[in-house]
Design a protein. Structure first.
Length: 284
């Protein structure tokens, strides 16, 4: 059991508490270049995988006892650990569950991220979100991309802020496992992915190609059919209106996820998970 420091923060109205709480808003995040990671799962992953980005770690004594691995990793990384009362942590964030980190925002550049992603013996897999505005959906797709073995996620166009607290929570720590690029247009994302030898596939119910059919022939050099075994950048559209025709036209092909039952459609996160796992399987 790591040593738990003494309580040093007991006033929920202190200036430090207000500064941390303010990071739940986009303006404060932009001004300070920092964001919140709330709850033990996200904090555990950022401390393990990106300790160099952690500015401060806040815990209650009870949470430190419940999650000794977080405190142990933080002390090993020589991070600033502040022990506060439950009232202080609640004032900082209603979703902290007694564990909260203030993290420096990273801004990976698209071309560099693509050039350094993946490995020489494996095709690239990229997820591109086009004007995805729901934070829960965006975070869930980042988590699914991580689970499927994707190398990179791009939030293009008018997508939600990746450091929105709900996005960060929805990633369940996957935000710290792979690069997430923002601040580019969909056209820029598509051009960069194609330059990195990725076939660009738009996921849409109107697609010419059936995902199952493509998976059946992946790696077989079937003529005039996109090969899922090659480097692939999947483009996923907005929750409400999907991918408009001009966005679909940017892709090399449009692919539909087959609907076997009576469901009218799949939601964004589910469709993205199915597509990314199909590519992950083809790449293996």
């Amino acid at each position: 059991m790591p040593r738990i420091p003494d309580v040093t923060l007991a006033n929920p109205r202190a200036g430090r508490v207000k500064q941390v709480r303010a990071l739940s808003g986009r303006s404060a995040r932009s001004k300070h270049g920092q964001f919140l990671v709330e709850g033990p799962q996200g904090v555990r992953e950022v401390v393990r995988h990106a300790p160099q980005d952690v500015r401060d770690l806040y815990v209650t004594a009870a949470a430190a006892r419940r999650h000794p691995e977080i405190l142990d990793a933080a002390q090993h990384a020589d991070l600033y650990v502040h022990v506060g009362t439950p009232e202080v942590l609640d004032a900082m964030s209603a979703d902290a569950q007694g564990v909260l980190a203030v993290v420096r925002a990273r801004a990976p550049e698209l071309t560099t991220a693509l050039a350094t992603a993946g490995s020489p013996d494996r095709a690239l897999l990229v997820a591109v979100l086009a004007s995805v505005r729901d934070p829960g959906n965006a975070g869930t797709v980042i988590r699914a991309a991580d689970a499927a073995g994707a190398d990179l996620v791009v939030l293009a166009g008018d997508s939600v802020d990746v450091h929105n607290p709900k996005v960060v929570r929805s990633t369940a720590g996957s935000l710290f496992h792979l690069p997430v690029v923002t601040g580019v247009t969909l056209a820029q994302a598509v051009d960069a992915a194609r330059a990195a030898d990725c076939t660009v596939l738009a996921a849409d119910g109107t697609g010419r190609y059936d995902l199952d059919d493509l998976l059946d022939v992946a790696g077989s050099d079937a003529a005039d059919v996109p090969d899922l075994a090659c480097g692939t950048a999947w483009v996923f559209g907005n929750e409400a209106w999907g991918l408009p025709a001009p966005d679909r036209a940017l892709a090399d092909a449009v692919v539909r996820v087959p609907i076997r039952g009576q469901a009218e459609s799949l939601n964004l996160a589910t469709a993205a998970t199915v597509c990314l796992y199909a590519s992950g399987r083809a790449h293996r």
